[in-house]
Design a protein around this ligand. Structure first.
Ligand SMILES: Cc1ncc(COP(=O)(O)O)c(C=O)c1O
Length: 389
C-alpha cells in the first residue's frame, strides 16, 4: 500500500526514540542516566492531584466544550492579564491535551504550499516537521553560540518575503536554554505589524527563568491579534503526563483550530481541566522551589561539562537544558550521542535532533537529581577520554 506523500514529510521528536533505546538497555540490566527527556522529575503538586480526584468523584468524566471548559479559560485569561498585562477574552483561548497539539492545529490551519514560515534552527522539532507537512517552505534562521543562542534579528529580517506568513519564536528556548532579548522581541513585533504575518510564540518554559523576568511578544501594542501564544501546565506544574496546554489565538484562527480539535480529539479531559483550575488558582510555591533546584543543577552540569576536555558549555538563562559544544571531539553529534548511550550509559540527544544547525552540539536535560548529574558527568568524561585515546 502506498502511503500519502504528505506523511513522508512528517518528522518526529527523537527524545521518545532515545528513551525507548535507553529503556531497552535497562531491560538488559544496564544502568542508564536519563538526560534525554524534557520533563520535570518532580511530582505534580498534591493540591492539583487532589482537585483532579475530587473532579472525578464529582462526575466530571464526560465530554465537554471542545474549546476548553469556560471556568478554566476564565482563569487562563486572568493569568495572561497578570503575567502579560493584556486583557484577553476567554473566547480566544483554546485548551488542548498538552501544548503540542496547538502546534499541529494552528500550523495546519495557517500554512499551505506557497507560504513561508521562518523559525530558529535548532528548535523543538515538531515545528519544522509541521511546516514540512503542510507543504509550506521552512526558512531557518541559525541560532549562534556567539549570540548566546539568541536570534539575530537582522538575519531574520533579511529572510522576510511577501510569502512570509508565520514566524516562530520560543523563549526560554528548547534546546539551548537561551532567552530572547526584550529589544529583539520588540523588533520582531514591528516586523510582524509592518509585513502582516503571525508570530507563534512558544512560552511553555515561561516560569523556568534564572535571571530576569519572562517577556511576551503578546504584551506589545497590537500584537495580541497577531500572536499565537502557546503555554501550558506540563513544565510549570510538572504535569507532562496529564496532557494540558492552551493557546491564546488571533480571532480568525479560533474557529478553524476548534474544528481541528473536534475532528481529532473532541475535547480535553474534563477532570484534567478542573485540575488545571486548581493549578492556576492554588498555592504557587512549588514553582520557585522547582526553579531553585533547577538552578543548582544547571550550575553543577555546566561546571562539570566545562571541565571535560573538548567540551564547552554556555550558562543557559532558562528552561532545563544545556547545549554543550562538542565540536573539538571530532565526531558527529549523532554518533557521539549514540556512543555515550552505548559506551557510558548516558542518554542524551544530538543537537541535530533539533535541526541541522544543531550539528556540533548535544542537548542534555538536567531535569534529574544532582546525584544523577554527577554520575553522568563522570561517565561522559571517562567515555570522552577513551574516545580521544
Ligand atoms: C518548546 C516546547 N514547546 C512545547 C512543548 C510541548 O509541551 P506539552 O508536553 O505540554 O505538549 C515542549 C515539550 O517538550 C517544548 O519543549
Amino acid at each position: 500500500m502506498k502511503l500519502s506523500s504528505k506523511i513522508a514529510r512528517l518528522g518526529t521528536e527523537t527524545a521518545f526514540k532515545v528513551l525507548a533505546q535507553a529503556q531497552a538497555l535497562e531491560a538488559k540490566g544496564i544502568d542508564v542516566v536519563h538526560l534525554e527527556i524534557g520533563e520535570p522529575d518532580f511530582d505534580t503538586p498534591k493540591n492539583i492531584c487532589d482537585a483532579c480526584a475530587d473532579a472525578l468523584v464529582k462526575g466530571y468524566t464526560h465530554y465537554c466544550n471542545s474549546q476548553g471548559i469556560l471556568p478554566l479559560r476564565v482563569e487562563i485569561a486572568k493569568e495572561i492579564e497578570r503575567t502579560r498585562g493584556v486583557s484577553v477574552d476567554p473566547d480566544r483561548i483554546i485548551v488542548t491535551p498538552g501544548a503540542k497539539p496547538i502546534m499541529f492545529y494552528s500550523i495546519l490551519a495557517l500554512l499551505e504550499e506557497g507560504d513561508e514560515a521562518i523559525y530558529p534552527n535548532p528548535l523543538f522539532p515538531i515545528y519544522e516537521s509541521m511546516i514540512n507537512f503542510t507543504g509550506a517552505k521552512p526558512v531557518a534562521v541559525p541560532l549562534r553560540e556567539e549570540l548566546d543562542f539568541s536570534l539575530d534579528v537582522n538575519e531574520l529580517k533579511s529572510k522576510i518575503t511577501p510569502r512570509t506568513k508565520l514566524i516562530i519564536i520560543n523563549s526560554p528556548h528548547n534546546p539551548t536554554g537561551g532567552i530572547l532579548k526584550e529589544g529583539d522581541i520588540c523588533a520582531i513585533a514591528e516586523m510582524s505589524l509592518e509585513h502582516n504575518f503571525f508570530v507563534f510564540s512558544d512560552e511553555v518554559y515561561e516560569d523556568i527563568i534564572y535571571e530576569g523576568k519572562h517577556f511576551s511578544i503578546a504584551s506589545l501594542p497590537g500584537m495580541l491579534d497577531k500572536t499565537i501564544l502557546l503555554s501550558g501546565f506540563s513544565k510549570s506544574y510538572a504535569m507532562t503526563g496529564w496532557r494540558l496546554g492552551y493557546a491564546v489565538m488571533p480571532p480568525e484562527l479560533v474557529d478553524p483550530v476548534v474544528r481541528l480539535v473536534v475532528n481529532s480529539v473532541s475535547c480535553t479531559a474534563n477532570f484534567i481541566q478542573h485540575a488545571g483550575i486548581e493549578a492556576l488558582t492554588g498555592q504557587q510555591d512549588s514553582i520557585p522551589k522547582m526553579v531553585n533546584e533547577f538552578k543548582k543543577r544547571r550550575d553543577l552540569i555546566v561546571e562539570g561539562l566545562n571541565k571535560i576536555p573538548g567540551i564547552s558549555c554556555l550558562l543557559p538563562k532558562g528552561a532545563f537544558y544545556v547545549f554543550p559544544n562538542v565540536k573539538k571531539l571530532g565526531i558527529g553529534s549523532k554518533e557521539l550521542a549514540n556512543y555515550l548511550l552505548e559506551e557510558a550509559g548516558v542518554a542524551t540527544l544530538s543537537g541535530t535532533d533539533f535541526g541541522s544547525h544543531g550539528e556540533g552540539y548535544l542537548r542534555l536535560s538536567y531535569a534529574t537529581s544532582q546525584d544523577n548529574i554527577k554520575k553522568a558527568l563522570e561517565r561522559i568524561e571517562k567515555a570522552v577520554v577513551k574516545l580521544k585515546s
